[in-house]
Design a protein. Sequence first.
Length: 114
Amino acid sequence: MRYTKTIYETILFFYLGGMYISQIVSLYQIAINHWIGGVGPFLGVFGEIGFYCFMGTLISIADDKLCFIICDTDWYKYDLMSQRIMLMLLRQAQCNNDLQIGFIGSLNLNLFIQ
């Protein structure tokens, strides 16, 4: 699982890095050469980055909700196999499941605002 997450985060880092570079180039062309046609791609890339950050925040919220739901149930009344499954789900929900963008930080709306 950790290896798959590392591969996904590496691909995401390069993808978002390319998006940021294209955004900077578009902004430069808009400012220097008065390229009005670059406003559309600039806003599109900006919206896509915001969407990815929003999805990262939803993952964090879903983990918190799942952890609360598992802790709120009467899992100790279940049979042994179900108790093990609930314990495994609780451990997975409590782990830090945020998507990381290289050394920059986790993919969430706080990063998008910064």
